[in-house]
Ligand binder design. Sequence first.
Ligand code: NDP
Length: 241
Amino acid sequence: MGKVAIVTGGTRGIGAAIARALKEAGHTVVANYAGNDAAAEAFREETGIPVFKWDVSSYESCEAGIQAVEAAHGPVEILVNNAGITRDAMFHKMTPAQWSDVINTNLNGLFNMTRPLWDGMRARKYGRIINISSINGQKGQAGQVNYSASKAGDIGFTKALAQEGARVGITVNAICPGYIGTEMVRAIDEGVLKERILPQIPVGRLGEPEEIARCVVFLASDDAGYITGSTLTVNGGQYFH
Ligand code: NDP
C-alpha cells in the first residue's frame, strides 16, 4: 500500500529521481527544496509532485514544514534525507562558514528532519528512513574535509538510530553514491571527466540518478524490513568499504 514520503532536496538531481521513483512505486510523495523556485516549479509541473520550500538546516523550519505536509497528506512514513551541499576548499583555506554551512545542511539536517517525525513513527510502529550519504564520507576526499565529515556523520547517525528504531518497526539505512551524472557532475570539464574521474570507476561510467532512486524504493519497501543500519555502496566499484 502506498505511503506518504518526504524527499528533502527532492526537486533536482538525485532527489528528483528518488521522488519520481517513489511516486511510480505508488507512494504519495512531496519534495522539499531550499530556494530554487524555478526548478521546483518546473519539477512540480512536470511530475505533479507537490513541492514545499524550507531549509533543512533550521530545526524550526523543518518542524513547520513537516506540520504543513502532514496537515495536507497525513502522517509521513518514509523520510529520504537527500538534501546536501558542497562548499569545497583545501583545509588550509577553509573558512568557518564553509565548515558550518555544510555540517548544518548535510548532518544537522538529518537531526532536524528526523527528530520531528520520530515520535509519530514510534507511536505508529512503522517508519522507513533513508539517508543519502556519499562515497566521500566513507573514504574521505581532499578538498572536502567539511563534506566528508558531514557524510561520515550521516553514516554514524544511521547506525545508531537504527538500533533505537529496530524494536518499533522503524528501519534506518544509508546509501553512499559514487559519481552520479547530475548537473553538478556533468558540469565538470569533459577532459577532467575522461582522464581523471572515469579511470577511477571500474565500470567505466557515471552512475545515473535513477540507479540511486531504485535502491531507495527497495529500502522503503516492506520487502526491506529486515535491513536496518546498513550502508549501501553504489559507486561502480570505485571503493569498497
Ligand atoms: P543537487 O545540487 O543536484 O540538488 C540538491 C537538492 O537539495 C536541491 O533540490 C536543493 O534545493 C536541495 N537543498 C540544498 N540545500 C538545502 C537545504 N538547506 N534545505 C532544503 N533543501 C536543500 O544535488 P545532488 O542531486 O547532486 O545530490 C543529492 C544528494 O546526494 C546530496 O546529499 C549529495 O551530497 C549526495 N551525493 C551526490 C553525489 C553526486 O555525484 N551527485 C555523489 C554522492 C552523494 P534547491 O534546488 O532549492 O537549491
